[in-house]
Structure formats: structure tokens, C-alpha cells
Write a protein of this length. Structure first.
Length: 606
């Protein structure tokens, strides 16, 4: 019993020590951001091999669970396989299937030597790390053969090979979401590309190898990479020595000109610095230091090289519309309706129009707050309002116009249908002297006969989220596309999109919350009320993927049956819902609190 007493004493000492370490005073500091990853090592889990005399069903279930092994070689899992099938277990070449708990895996005997395995899948992850949620209730199936080896049942895998099936808890433990970075062609903005990678001792090597790859298709033409094509790792490892990640590249890396070399440094530094053990990055080509143009041999951050991720916008004020009147208000005061009376901007300081007739709807405010765009009540007209200047009616160009939105360069974006009924994304330069021009349709051959419902521009100006449906209003899709611009910055095309939020069967509005998160109005079940959903680009919707929670609804936002549009005054925390009845609802945890009444709430660039 002495050892028990010693353990109790040690635990008591640790507890007291922890309590004594709690600060009794000090400054108030900002906590973790919503959804911020916690860089803590995942617990190691070892899989168990087959037991002698196990039934065919037990062998199959044991093999599926063995995919959760923290051992990267998965030797325990291989022991469930017949010798001729070991090489067919290709978990790095096949999609990972993420399923929702062990109870959702079922077995069905197809014969004396074969079993069909079925799982209710939540998502799949491609070999290059693309996480894609699946529509609710999606089932995946495979068939395993069974044979006796040394008197024991063993599995014969399909001739096409097999990957991993992981439940959501195991996936969270074995995989981590990280970003690969690219750069905008005409600037020094880093654009993130979300991927999921297996944890392990070679994580730095995995990230570096991914960064050396080409620009992904959905960003083609929107971003570039400073890494010369066909550049590889000279050695199959990226060691971390004293906090410095040593990236030794092939000789092709020397082909980068000074600008591309700096971009390559910035990309690799931004990507590898996501690892808590990395404080700086050093590059070499075939063992020879690949110094920066200024002579430095390592970099501690991408920002030190003049590159950074576009920050989320901060707003001095928003515009509230009641009837035909617009007034300025401090968005920070919006959540507190019981506080002091909001201060409006004086008339002499107002750069925006203060009165817009009620026949104009779907208002949008430019990022500099000087121009308001509005759509006619018949959704066939577009107007621009600038301070006290006369209204500018844009020449007729489309019908079924969506809510417009502005990018930081002053271009106005709107979806609509041409005279043939085909939908396009139109862009109009709203700079002084350009407002009489007719909006131009962007090149989007992939759009085909789909109908545009809503669109939103990322803060970096390089990406767009767009909601589309088929001609009948079904088959809703949320796509992420790169924005291709001419050398003068004018948008000219959109890359074929990467799908997001696939579990939703209805979406009416979309909004960027930050450079990596978004919100939509939608629903999963057609019988449900519409609710706001918060999602992570390439990472899924909160409240859909369980992330270890016993009930995914724990992280869902409350429904708002008459919700009409979304905006935000401060990322995910400051999410605002406007209803068709004129209520302004501000997020309060997972619920909503009415704080105002308005027919529109305009936030710059939203």
C-alpha cells in the first residue's frame, strides 16, 4: 500500500503546486481564437494483432481498428492480412474514409469466404490531404475476401487496394490540419491552402514536400509559387536543429530568380513555422546554402521577408438602414443594446449616401465606405450611390442579380443571368470615371448551366466563395475558386471550384469570417429550419464533424427560421443575422440576441 500513499501524496503536491501557480493579478490577455488548433502531442495508441481462433468477423473488425495505430508502419494491422495482400494495403495512395463511430460499421456475409463492410462516412481525405465532407447518410462499402493461413482466418484485400477507415476520434488523433502557402502574382500576400496530414516524426518533411508541389487546380492563375518546377528534396528528410528547419533542395532550386527565391523562402517559412518546434527556416540546394538576396541564411518568419497573410478587416463603423435612411454606427456597440446611445458620424464626415429609396435592395458598401451598390426590386437593375452625387444607373446587363460585393481594389462583383438565361459572374470597375462602363462577365466555363445564388470575396482578393444551384434550384453547391486577374488587377476569370460544405442541402447566403473561415445560411435536412453554420476552408462545418464530441449538435448555432442574410462585425464571434422581419440578431454563444431593427446592415467590403 505504500506505493498508493506515495502516488496520492505526489498528486496532492502537484495539485497544490498548480494552484499556487495561478496568477492572482495581472493584465487581461486575449484567449485562443475560435477553432485555433492546440499544438499538443497526440496520445500514442498501439493496435492489437489478431487472436488465435478469432472468427472471420472479429478479424475484419480488428483490421479496420488497426488502422488507428500510431505506429507509422502499421505492423499490427498487416498481421490481419494474407501474405499476398500485404502490399495491397496502400494507405498513402487511397482516400482515408472518416466514419462516425464504431457502431456505424456493419458486416454482411456474402459467402463462405467474403464479407461486405459498410460504414456511414462523414468525410474522405485524398492522398494529397484534401478533406471533403460528404452528404449526410453517405455510405461507403468494400468487400474483403477471407482465407485460412496456418489454420487462422486472414483477409484478402481487393485487387484495387485499400486505404484507411478511421472513426472521427482516431482521425483527430492521427491527422492535423495545416496550410500550404502560395503568393499573389502582383503582391506579397500569402494565400493559404488547407490540407490534412498524418502526424508523426516526419511531419516537417511532409509539409516541405507538399510545399514544393505545383499550385492546386482551384487556385490556378490566382496565385503563384516561387518554387521552380520539379524541385524536390535532395534528401528525404527535413531535420530540425535547435529550432531551425534545414530544408535541403535539389539543384533545380538554384533556377529561381531573386524575387522567386524570396517568395520560396517566405512560402516554406510560413508553412514550416506552423510546427511549434520550428523557430526559423534555412534553405540549401544540394547541400550548399541558398541564401536570401540580402545574404541572410535563415528566416524566422514570412513577415520578416515582406510577405504575410492578408489580415481580417477592422471597421470603424457600419451602416444601418431603416426604410430609406442610412446612418453610421459603431459596430462594436451593436451587441450591447442596453449601453449608451450609439454615436453617429457627423454629416460633414459622411462619405456615403444617407438616403436610398426602398425600391433598391441588396445593398453593399465598398471597402473604403465611399460607394454603395444596390439592386432594383425586380433584380434587373444595378445602381451606384456616392455621397451626395446623383445616382448612377448601370446600363442593363443581366437579370436575377444577386447581392453585390466589393473587393479591396474597388471592383464590384455580382451574379446574374444574361439574355439567354445563362448565369455569369459580372465585375464592374467603380473607380472615378469608370462607373458608366457595362459590367464584364468573367470566364467561368465550368459554371455551365448552374444558377448563382450568393458570392463572397476573401480578404486577400485572390479567392471567392460562391453558392450555386441547378436551374431548378436543387443540387446546392458551395465552391471555392481562385480569382485570375490581368496584370492591371482586373478580374478576368475564376478557376474551377473546390467543393465545401457538402452536407448542406440548402444554402442561401455565404460570408467570409477570416482568411480561413466562413459562414453560410443553410440546412442539412429539408425539414429543418435554416440556421447559420460556421465552417473552416478545407476543414468542414462546425456541428457536422464530431471532433470527439458525443453529439455534433453541441457545436451548432441555433436556427433562425426567417433569416435572410449574414454579415459580421468581428469574425466568428461577431456574426450577425438579419431577418426578413427586420430584426438584427447578434451571436451570443450558440444562440442569438436581438439588438436592433434594420432592413439592412452594411459592413465595408461585406
Amino acid at each position: 500500500m505504500r506505493w498508493r500513499a506515495a502516488v496520492v501524496a505526489a498528486l496532492a503536491a502537484l495539485t497544490l503546486g498548480a494552484c499556487q501557480g495561478l496568477p492572482g493579478s495581472g493584465p487581461v490577455v486575449e484567449g485562443r481564437r475560435l477553432g485555433e488548433p492546440i499544438n499538443e502531442p497526440a496520445p500514442l495508441v498501439g493496435a492489437q494483432g489478431p487472436v488465435d481462433g478469432a472468427s472471420e468477423e472479429a478479424i475484419v473488425r480488428g483490421f479496420i481498428r488497426a488502422g488507428e495505430d500510431s505506429d507509422e508502419t502499421r505492423q499490427a494491422g498487416k498481421s490481419f492480412l494474407a501474405p499476398q495482400s500485404v502490399d495491397l494495403w496502400q494507405w498513402t495512395l487511397h482516400d482515408v474514409v472518416v466514419y462516425d463511430g464504431d457502431g456505424n460499421v456493419t458486416l454482411r456475409r456474402l459467402g463462405p469466404e467474403s464479407i461486405e463492410v459498410t460504414a456511414v462516412a462523414v468525410a474522405t481525405v485524398s492522398p494529397d490531404g484534401r478533406y471533403r465532407e460528404l452528404p449526410a447518410g453517405t455510405k461507403v462499402r468494400t468487400t474483403f475476401g477471407l482465407t485460412k493461413v496456418g489454420g487462422q482466418w486472414r483477409i484478402e484485400l481487393p485487387a484495387s487496394g485499400f486505404g484507411l477507415w478511421l472513426d472521427t476520434n482516431a482521425f483527430d488523433r492521427l491527422y492535423t490540419n495545416r496550410f500550404i502557402y502560395y503568393v499573389t502574382p502582383a503582391g506579397r500576400t500569402l494565400v493559404p491552402d488547407s490540407r490534412w496530414f498524418p502526424n508523426g516524426s516526419r511531419f516537417a518533411t511532409t509539409l516541405a514536400r507538399a510545399q514544393l508541389g505545383p499550385v492546386p487546380d482551384y487556385l490556378a492563375g490566382a496565385v503563384v509559387t516561387g518554387v521552380p518546377s520539379n524541385t524536390k528534396l535532395a534528401v528525404n528528410a527535413v531535420p530540425i536543429d535547435g529550432g531551425t528547419a534545414q530544408v535541403n533542395l535539389s539543384a533545380r532550386a538554384r533556377d529561381a530568380d531573386p524575387d522567386d527565391r524570396t517568395a520560396m523562402w517566405a512560402q516554406l517559412t510560413a508553412t514550416l513555422s506552423q510546427l511549434p518546434s520550428v523557430t526559423s527556416v534555412a534553405l540549401a540546394a544540394e547541400g550548399t546554402s541558398l541564401d536570401l538576396p540580402g545574404g541572410d541564411s535563415s528566416a524566422s518568419s514570412a513577415s520578416a521577408l515582406g510577405f504575410d497573410v492578408e489580415p481580417s478587416r477592422v471597421f470603424a463603423y457600419a451602416l444601418r438602414r431603416r426604410g430609406d435612411t442610412l446612418t453610421a454606427m459603431d459596430p462594436r456597440e451593436l451587441p450591447d443594446s442596453s449601453g449608451p446611445k450609439r454615436q453617429t458620424i457627423g454629416a460633414a464626415q459622411q462619405p456615403f449616401a444617407t438616403r436610398i429609396p426602398q425600391g433598391w435592395v441588396r445593398l453593399a458598401l465598398s471597402t473604403d465606405s465611399t460607394v454603395i451598390a444596390a439592386v432594383g426590386g425586380d433584380f434587373k437593375e444595378l445602381s451606384l450611390w456616392r455621397g451626395t452625387a446623383p445616382i448612377v444607373l448601370v446600363p442593363s446587363f443581366a437579370t436575377s442579380l444577386t447581392r453585390p460585393t466589393f473587393d479591396s481594389s474597388g471592383y464590384l462583383w455580382v451574379g446574374g443571368a444574361d439574355s439567354s438565361g445563362a448565369h455569369h459572374v459580372f465585375v464592374l470597375d467603380t473607380g472615378q470615371g469608370a462607373v458608366r462602363r457595362v459590367p464584364k462577365a468573367l470566364a467561368t466555363p465550368w459554371l455551365k448551366d448552374r444558377r448563382i445564388v450568393s458570392l463572397a470575396l476573401a480578404p486577400d482578393g485572390a479567392r471567392i466563395l460562391m453558392v450555386t444551384t441547378n436551374r431548378q434550384g436543387g443540387d446546392v453547391q458551395l465552391g471555392l475558386s481562385g480569382i485570375v486577374r490581368a496584370p492591371n488587377g482586373e478580374p478576368i476569370a475564376l478557376a474551377a471550384p473546390l467543393r465545401q460544405a457538402d452536407p448542406l442541402t440548402f444554402i442561401s447566403d455565404v460570408l467570409w469570417l477570416s482568411g480561413t473561415t466562413y459562414a453560410v445560411l443553410g440546412r442539412v435536412d429539408p425539414a429543418e429550419a435554416v440556421r447559420p453554420w460556421v465552417g473552416t476552408i478545407g476543414g468542414g462545418l462546425d456541428g457536422i464533424r464530431r471532433r470527439g464530441n458525443s453529439d455534433p449538435e453541441d457545436s451548432r448555432l441555433a436556427s433562425v427560421a426567417d433569416a435572410s442574410s449574414l454579415t459580421t462585425i468581428d469574425g466568428a464571434r461577431g456574426l450577425v443575422v438579419l431577418t426578413s422581419g427586420g430584426r438584427v440578431l447578434v451571436r451570443a454563444g450558440a444562440t442569438w440576441r436581438k439588438t436592433d431593427e434594420a432592413t439592412d446592415l452594411l459592413v465595408p467590403g461585406r
